[in-house]
Structure formats: structure tokens, C-alpha cells
Design a protein around this ligand. Structure first.
Ligand SMILES: Cc1ncc(COP(=O)(O)O)c(C=O)c1O
Length: 461
């Protein structure tokens, strides 16, 4: 299946590149850069030819420095206070300020930020929660973890996000919440999603686990819904190793989350408090002072790196969108900034002499371009959902007849997402976006080179 792109929208987005002056090339200059391989006819690197990129390795991730990260870490170690205390509180305060939320609670990871948010919004048994199939498993497992039923809304392949046009038809009297996932750090269409949520009185938990500092109309992702969840896992743009956060303007909700993350003790009780009397069923999701120290150090470079990724993504996009069959991500018109955890594009093999996505990626990797396909199975197809439905708990809690997996599977088909994940999506990691202009010229040239040699690669490989 081929995605047909609405020309008007692509044109708009082409002109509406995010960042400024000089970052984006006009078509003429892009063609000049791409043309350097047209004349060369060089052998594809996959057949032993010279790779387009030979000069250097890509930026390593994570980045840390002795004078910031190591210094902060050592201070914590030497203090002897390693469990949750003032450094964690400082990190929470800073993250809330940076995101523009009233409150923040740091937790062990993004997965549990989502689990806890749903639990403390009392989303659970009997509820349906709308979510995208194009995401990491935690965006969906949090629904099942809390005993609710995931309902999938197919994607808009141009933006890779939940398609707002498809939300309303999925709403039933049992729908309680929407989980928009700003996948790759490209914002979902939050203004429309919030309007729908208001119309149907639904809760919204934003999975902003890849969307640090991304914005719509200068408002940060994570601050639109009832809760915003973040991940600081090692591969993320603000890496701590493991870590997560919940942000919200609702003090009562964050206090509940705090209590939940500390054995059900009231807000403000410290790590290791005994006999405080528990308010509710809780668990232990506290991060350590070490993690918060690294988080504070990483936070110092996030703003600058995010700016660089935006400039470079716009530049790379302006080059590769001139290559037939390569369709880079689109942003909704109201997006003022993206986070670019991944630079995604659609690959259309029809324009590459039928060369499969796998072969295209191998040829690109041989040319020195790190790329992959990422999520290659929609979460609506994952066995854990069927297993949950058939589990004793679900069978006990849900009325007979409501949980018919086969009917659910039929109703939750997402054909556009299937096409995206199994055939067309290609990812380039955020570290690459910290490279140089020459790197991006080379990536585009490598694509052109593979395209020119597609027939040969297809036959011989
Ligand atoms: C979209 C999304 N949601 C949730 C998570 C879960 O975060 P963590 O790995 O910190 O548990 C991730 C992490 O990869 C993610 O990318």
C-alpha cells in the first residue's frame, strides 16, 4: 500500500520548516547537493564500493562531562545521602519550571509514570482508553496494567501520530481517557485532541516520554492534558540511565501520585519514613539522588541540543524531500518546536525499483548511515492484550460477552499503521542530528546513490 500525500499539506509543511534562516535549502541547492552522485556512478558500498560516509563515527550517546555530570554525581556520593532527598526535589522543581507545569514528580521510569498516572486518575476496570498503535509498549501496557481496555486509533502516516480525525468514531459510553503519544518527539495535534476530550468529558494522559521541550504554539508537550509523562532512560534526549516524571497543574493529583510512589504515605513524607500511616495502596517508585544529579547535569545541555536537532532536522528534511520515494515527517502547522528523538521518514519502494525497506536500510548502513525500522509491529497485534483478556482477572471483572477478543481485534485494525510499521517507516537516531552539515549532505547523497543503484542492489542482494 502506498500512502498518498495531500499535496497542499506537503507544500505547506515544506515552506513551514521549523527553524530559521539558512537552515533549509531551496530546491535548486538541494538538487545540486544530491547531484554529486548522479555523475559518479560509484559502486554501492554493499558491494565493496567506497561508502559515502567514511570520515568519522557518529556522536556517541550519552554525552557527559567531568565538570558537570561527574561533579554532581560525586557530590551526592560524598554526602552519603543516596535515597530520595533534596537533589530529587531540586530536579523535580527544575523539570516543572522547564516544562511550564505547576508540579512534577520524579519516578523510576516512563513506564511507571504512565502506570501511576492512570492509577491515580482512577482509570481502570470497565474503562476504555484510546491510544495509538505506533508507539513503545509502555503506552499501551499501562492501560492493561490498570485493568482497562485499549482502543486503538489509527495513525496519520504523514505525521506518525494518532489521527485526530479518527478519534471520535472510537468513543463509546465506556471511554474514559485518551493517551496521545508524541512519538519521536513530534507533537500530536493536542489542540484538536483536547477539544475532543472536552467535548466528551475525557481525561488525557500525554505520553511525552520522547517529547522533552517539544511545543505547540510555545506550550510544552506534557502540559496540555491532566498528566504528562516523561522518560529519561539511557537512549533518551535527556538520559539518566533510568528515570521518569509526571507533570501536572493539578496539585491534588500530583500529591496522590507522590503518595502512591512512596508506599501510600502522605505527600511530603521522605524516603525511609516509618509509621506515617498510609493513605492508599502504594508502591515504591522513588528515584535516587544519583539519578537526579545526572538529570540536573543533563538538563543543562538539553535546550541547546534541542535547538541544534531542530535546525539540523529541518536541513536534512529539505534535502531528502527532493528524493522521489522519500517522504520525511510532517509537523502540524501549530508546532513551534519538536524534540526529534528520532528523525523519521517514509520509504516508498515503488520509487526504488521495488527494493524492499530491509534491503534499502542495509545498503544505507553500508554507505555509513545509521538507520533502522524501529517499531515493526503495531501494538494492536501484541499477544499480551489477548492474554490479558483471557486472564482470570479480566474474565472475572468484565461481564461475559464484553470481552470478545476476536471482535475486539476486528474493531481495532489499523491498516495505515500496519503499512507504516511493516513497510515504510525508517528511523535515524537523535545523536545523528547533532552532526555537521556535511553529514546531512552525505546522508542525502547516500540515499540518492542507493536509489540510482536500486536495480542492481535488488538483483544481487
Ligand atoms: C513513547 C514511550 N512511552 C513510554 C516509554 C517508557 O519509558 P521508560 O523506558 O523510561 O520506562 C518509552 C521509552 O522508550 C517511550 O518511548
Amino acid at each position: 500500500m502506498k500512502v498518498s500525500l495531500k499535496n497542499t499539506r506537503r507544500e505547506f509543511i515544506k515552506k513551514n520548516s521549523l527553524v530559521g534562516a539558512g537552515a533549509v535549502l531551496g530546491m535548486g541547492s538541494a538538487q545540486t547537493i544530491l547531484a554529486s552522485y548522479v555523475s559518479e556512478k560509484s559502486t554501492p558500498a554493499i558491494f565493496g564500493g567506497k561508502p559515502v560516509i567514511t570520515s568519522h563515527g557518529w556522536p556517541e550517546w550519552p554525552i557527559w562531562k567531568p565538570e558537570t555530570d561527574e561533579k554532581r554525581l560525586l557530590e551526592v556520593m560524598r554526602s552519603g545521602v543516596w535515597s530520595r532527598k533534596k537533589v530529587v526535589s531540586e530536579f523535580e522543581k527544575r523539570w516543572a519550571e522547564v516544562i511550564g507545569a505547576k508540579r512534577c514528580l520524579a519516578v523510576v521510569n516512563g513506564t511507571n509514570a504512565l502506570n501511576a498516572s492512570l492509577a491515580q486518575l482512577e482509570i481502570g476496570w470497565g474503562d476504555e482508553v484510546l491510544v495509538t498503535p505506533y508507539t513503545f509498549i509502555a503506552s499501551v501496557s499501562c492501560i492493561v496494567f490498570n485493568g482497562a481496555i485499549p482502543v486503538f486509533v489509527d495513525v496519520d502516516p504523514e505525521t506518525f501520530q494518532m489521527d485526530p480525525d479518527k478519534i471520535e468514531s472510537k468513543i463509546t459510553p465506556r471511554t474514559r481517557a485518551i493517551i496521545p503519544v508524541h512519538i519521536f518527539g513530534l507533537p500530536s495535534d493536542m489542540e484538536r485532541i483536547m477539544a475532543i476530550a472536552r467535548k466528551y468529558n475525557l481525561l488525557v494522559v500525554e505520553d511525552a516520554c520522547q517529547a522533552w521541550l517539544a511545543e505547540i504554539n510555545h506550550k510544552k508537550m506534557g502540559t496540555f492534558g491532566n498528566a504528562g509523562c516523561f522518560s529519561f532512560q539511557n537512549s533518551k534526549n535527556i538520559p539518566i540511565g533510568e528515570g521518569g516524571a509526571i507533570v501536572s497543574d493539578n496539585e491534588e493529583f500530583i500529591n496522590r501520585c507522590y503518595s502512591y510512589h512512596n508506599y501510600g504515605n502522605p505527600y511530603g513524607t521522605e524516603a525511609g519514613t516509618f509509621g506515617a500511616g498510609t493513605l492508599r495502596i502504594g508502591t515504591k517508585l522513588r528515584i535516587t539522588e544519583y539519578q537526579a544529579a545526572i538529570g540536573l547535569a543533563q538538563l543543562e545541555r538539553l535546550e541547546e541540543q534541542t535547538e541544534i536537532r531542530n535546525v539540523n532536522a529541518a536541513y536534512l528534511k529539505s534535502l531528502i524531500q527532493e528524493i522521489p520515494g522519500i517522504i520525511p515527517y510532517s509537523l502540524y502547522p501549530n508546532v513551534t518546536r519538536a524534540a526529534f528523538h528520532i528523525f523519521p521518514f517514509l520509504y516508498q519502494k515503488e520509487e526504488f525499483k521495488g527494493l524492499s525497506r530491509e534491503k534499502f536500510m542495509k545498503a544505507m548502513q553500508a554507505e555509513g548511515v545509521p538507520c533502522g525500522h524501529g517499531y515493526n509491529k503495531g501494538l494492536n497485534h501484541m499477544p499480551f492484550i489477548k492474554n490479558a483478556f483471557n486472564s482470570k482477572y479480566y474474565q472475572k471483572f468484565y461481564p461475559k460477552g464484553l470481552l470478545d477478543y476476536d471482535r475486539w481485534a476486528e474493531e481495532n485494525k489499523c491498516p495505515l499503521n500496519d503499512m507504516l510499521s511493516t513497510e515504510q517507516a525508517v528511523w535515524i537516531g537523535h545523536e545523528v542530528l547533532l552532526g555537521t552539515k556535511e553529514d546531512f549532505n552525505n546522508i542525502a547523497q547516500a540515499m540518492s546513490k542507493v536509489q540510482m543503484n536500486a536495480d542492481l542492489i535488488n538483483k544481487k542482494n
